[in-house]
Design a protein around this ligand. Structure first.
Ligand code: SF4
Length: 204
């Protein structure tokens, strides 16, 4: 996974003068425009920094640090919002690192709500090493419900090398699920996203 920039000068996690500790700002390692590998159609993909999971054979070790890359500031937000405007862009994908780390949820949730409000017909995909059930249970934070409400498709579960399958679309190992959250909300139980039969049957 390419990482174009490392900001060695970031000081967002340092203590401010006095006693108040400043909240660590969300960082990102990469933004891919016109990405066709991380969700349906043509997308903007945001790779946030920070992950405590440390899966063996992680494809993206550089993003374990919460300060890898650059701060996710308003100019970056605006660039992404603008990138989503063309009709041929299907939506936004958020990957990591781990978007569902508690501090990353705090840094992302307002932005995802803004994207959803600006482009209600475009989809938001999110990749997480947590399972959907964990996010509703022991991993739930004060932001998780708002995060999930913005997400159309959740690719969940950790990458497991022994279950790696390169024929799978949009996931690396067979334990991971591509969950249609809109259908799941309606049904009240997990409904998997249905791929186009042309792709899911490898008939191309
Ligand atoms: S969840 Fe993703 S980024 Fe985190 S260690 Fe596992 S593979 Fe790497």
């Amino acid at each position: 996974m390419p990482f174009s920039r490392v900001d060695a000068g970031y000081n967002g996690g340092c203590c401010q003068k006095g006693t108040r500790r400043k909240e660590l700002a969300l960082h990102y390692s990469t933004i891919k425009y016109c990405d066709i590998a991380n969700g349906e159609g043509v997308r903007t993909s945001l790779f946030v920094s920070g992950c405590r999971r440390r899966c063996p054979f992680c494809f993206n070790e550089e993003a374990w640090s919460f300060t890898a890359g650059n701060p996710f500031d308003e100019s970056v937000e605006q660039a992404i919002i603008e990138s989503l405007a063309p009709t041929y862009i299907d939506g936004l994908s958020v990957l990591g690192g781990e978007p569902m780390e508690p501090e990353n949820q705090k840094g992302l949730v307002d932005f995802l709500e803004k994207v959803k409000k600006t482009y209600p017909s475009k989809t938001i995909w999110c990749y997480t090493g947590d399972t959907f059930e964990e996010l509703l249970g022991e991993k739930k934070t004060g932001e998780t419900e708002r995060m999930l409400a913005c997400i159309d498709v959740l690719v969940d579960g950790p990458f497991v090398e022994s279950l790696k399958d390169i024929t799978l679309r949009f996931r690396g190992s067979s334990n991971q699920r591509v969950i249609d959250l809109n259908a799941t909300r309606k049904a009240g139980s997990v409904i998997l996203w249905e791929d186009d039969p042309l792709f899911s049957s490898h008939a191309l």
